[in-house]
Design a protein around this ligand. Structure first.
Ligand SMILES: N[C@@H](CCC[C@H](N)C(=O)O)C(=O)O
Length: 257
């Protein structure tokens, strides 16, 4: 039987999106998911997302990286699935849904989707980077000459090196433009390459920059290779709460396989 899919992108982080409310998609077929995400032999995407039914909330999000493995939270994917749920008529402009890291609230305002992220209680500062988990693990480091950086090579070395090794971390390279604006390039674990944008990544960058005193702001603009995102948050005694990731989420096309 043919399977309908949709393609979505959020600031260039792109996803195959499937309505799996009938639970017919084989989630254990890693090779199949990997092929669908392959840009030469498949549809092509940074990840694949299933929208599934939920007993209490509007829907459930199941996220796979382009390598075919189910992974931790995807912020841009979370914003895209909210737009998809509205397209399917499951929600109007506000929702609560479940993802692998717990419940998320979200709001839609014209083409912008605002996604509430989990609180971040703990950030670790090292000599040249900050490590934190915003639903996915993120290494954040300030970087000179960001435009010239070989993100795939440098990111891969950090992702597979100590202390991350096989389980890995996403790696974000950051350049400060002003107190309120930072540029970010991200190497994504599970894609094993630079992506044009990473939602949990820019969230990590905004919090990390506040944590190390590079900004005093609580609403930060992040320039990514694929467009602009915003992150708003509140400081707690330890860590951060009321964290929102804000930006566009666009349906690109529909197809079947
Ligand atoms: N693109 C995502 C991050 C997806 C998860 C990541 N690749 C991982 O496995 O940690 C985002 O927008 O947050």
């Amino acid at each position: 039987m043919k399977q309908t899919f949709y393609k979505y992108q959020g600031t260039g982080n792109d996803f195959v999106m499937i309505d799996n409310r009938l639970l017919t998609f084989d989630k254990n077929d890693t090779k199949y998911v990997r092929t669908l995400c392959n840009r030469r032999f498949g549809i092509g995407a940074d990840g694949l997302i299933l929208l599934e039914p939920h007993n209490e909330y509007d829907f459930k999000m199941v996220y796979f990286n382009a390598d075919g493995n189910e992974s931790s939270m995807c912020g841009n994917g979370g914003r895209c699935i909210v737009a998809f749920a509205k397209f399917l008529g499951i929600i109007e402009n506000a929702t609560t849904f479940e993802a692998i890291d717990g419940l998320h609230r979200a709001k839609i305002e014209s083409h912008s989707v605002q996604l509430q992220m989990q609180d971040v209680p703990r950030l670790e500062q090292f000599e040249s980077h900050v490590f934190l988990n915003t639903g996915s693990p993120h290494h954040v480091q300030l970087q000179e000459n960001l435009a010239e950086l070989q993100v795939k090579e440098t990111g891969s070395r950090i992702r597979y090196g100590a202390p991350y090794h096989e389980s890995g971390s996403n790696v974000n390279f950051v350049s400060k433009i002003s107190d309120a604006i930072f540029s970010v390039r991200t190497y994504e674990r599970g894609v094993e390459d630079e992506t044009l944008s990473c939602g949990t990544g820019v969230t990590a960058v905004a919090l990390a920059m506040n944590f190390i005193g590079e900004t005093t702001r609580n609403h930060i603009t992040l320039n990514t290779q694929g467009g602009t995102l915003e992150v708003a948050f509140k400081n707690k005694d330890e860590g951060y709460t009321d964290i929102w990731l804000i930006g566009p989420a666009v349906q690109v096309f529909k197809g079947e396989f």
